[in-house]
Design a binder for this molecule. Structure first.
Ligand code: KE4
Length: 432
């Protein structure tokens, strides 16, 4: 019988780290990853037949739950008509209609194949539209692995960026200014310093990549005002939050209209997808109507469109977001009680059906506070939950997700597993 361990050994000989995306290697939790054989509803099954309740949700796309019957049927039907044509299809028009109707700020949309492609293209479009070179991003926000976005904050606040990875030219990294999230003063000083040369500010309106963090009241609104008054484009990276919190984006809830929005994950129903869209006058700068080049062999792929359209239609018709929010809130409240009873200080940041348990007693409002969490304690918690067949994100700096397929029984099993896990947790270490 195949085991995860034997597959991992084989995989490591052929694939860097044995995985096709680093976080899957479980290095942040010093564990060996499981290899999945199938998934259905709220459950995933590893190659040894072990069943887990899943809160990774493929990092966000599986809001309907795994292998939703109507999504699978739509993919099969599309596949029987061919898998890719390299030519436009009516499905792409239907997808564009669904997205532009759900997002008032999106007048036009371009499909791509990943969130990285969406943000990379949106940045290029912003630079082409404004004829400016610098961009602003926020520490702890992740927008995929395009060179300009894998950049760390320079030494002082609002200084020029330094490469966040080998292979990124210093000259390019210097064009990215990285600021602390929720700190509007640093945005004002950066704009005072470089305003005329800033093409855009890109932000996850509710970051999920430092763990879930809420924007403080007024932060996003002031970003909108500052960008508006300085001719800087505001880009909301809603790759995670798009259709996660509501049928639309967090921008619909916040009542803020960015100039461009990046999407991914849920809109592909689990197939490779990304998209970026926004104001017509900006989007028309894109080839073939304008000079900013962007392209993709499989963009708008018929199977991804079929999965995405079916997913969005189910979300639109069922609008079960309220119940999903309530279920997630119940789970988080009950887990908080269990941790309190054990005397382990945690903070749970939740937005709709996405949440993160931070192992810290302090409020988590930016990457600096998130990084003060007790990562060793998180690691122990992760391992205990995993041993109890609960699959949560293998990193303190990620979000966990509920789906419409999570039943009350899943919640109860998860709470029992959490209670059991806490029995074996060491007392919290004193933060260094
Ligand atoms: P992809 O290129 O991975 O499709 O999307 C990049 C991206 C862009 N923007 C946001 C807000 C994102 O969260 C992501 C990707 N998310 C990570 C996990 N948080 C994907 C998991 C992985 O890297 O394997």
């Amino acid at each position: 019988m195949k085991t995860s361990t034997s597959l991992f050994e084989k995989a490591k000989r052929l694939i860097p780290g044995g995985v096709n995306s680093p976080v899957r290697a479980f290095r942040a939790v010093d564990s060996t990853p499981i290899f999945i054989s199938r998934a259905s509803g709220s459950r995933i099954y590893d190659v040894e037949g072990k069943e887990y309740i899943d809160y990774v949700s493929s990092w966000g796309p599986m809001i309907l739950g795994h292998s939703h019957s109507e999504v699978i049927r739509a993919i099969k039907k599309a596949a029987e008509r061919g898998t890719s044509y390299g030519a436009p299809t009516d499905a792409e028009v239907e997808m564009a209609k669904l997205i532009t109707e759900a997002f008032p700020s999106i007048e036009m949309i371009r499909m791509v194949n990943s969130g990285t492609e969406a943000t990379m293209s949106a940045i290029r479009l912003a630079r082409g539209y404004t004829n400016r070179e610098k961009i602003i991003k926020f520490e702890g926000c992740y927008h995929g692995h395009a060179d300009s976005l894998l950049v760390k904050a320079g030494s002082g606040v609002a200084t020029l960026g330094i490469p966040g990875s080998p292979g990124i030219p210093e000259k390019l990294a210097e064009l990215t200014i990285t600021l602390p999230f929720n700190n509007i003063e640093t945005v004002k000083s950066a704009v005072d310093m470089y305003g005329e040369d800033i093409a855009c500010i890109i932000v996850e309106p509710i970051p999920g990549n430092m763990g879930v963090v809420h924007p403080i009241p007024g932060f996003l609104e002031e970003l909108r005002e500052i960008t508006e008054s300085h001719g800087i484009l505001l880009i909301f990276d809603e790759v995670i939050t798009g259709f996660r919190l509501t049928y639309g984006g967090f921008q619909n809830i916040a009542g803020i209209e960015p100039d461009l929005t990046c999407l991914g994950k849920i809109i592909g129903g689990g197939l490779p997808v990304g998209a970026f869209g926004g104001r017509k006058d900006i989007m028309e700068k894109l080839a073939p109507t304008g000079p900013v080049y962007q392209a993709g062999t499989l963009s708008g792929n018929p199977l991804a469109m079929a999965a995405g359209i079916t997913t969005l239609k189910i979300l639109k018709e069922n609008s079960g977001y309220e119940n999903l929010d309530w279920k997630t809130d119940y789970l988080c409240q009950e887990m908080k009680k269990l941790f309190d009873q054990k005397g382990i200080p945690i903070r749970i940041n939740r937005a709709g059906s996405m949440f993160t348990i931070f192992f810290t007693e302090n409020e988590v409002l930016h990457f600096d506070s998130a990084s003060k969490s007790d990562k060793k304690l998180f690691e122990s918690y992760f391992r205990e939950m995993f041993a109890n067949r609960i699959n949560i994100a293998p990193s303190q700096f990620e979000a966990s997700f509920l789906s419409f397929a999570h039943r009350d029984e899943d919640i109860e099993i998860t709470l029992n597993a959490c209670a059991k896990a806490l029995e074996n947790l060491p007392s919290p270490s004193i933060n260094p």
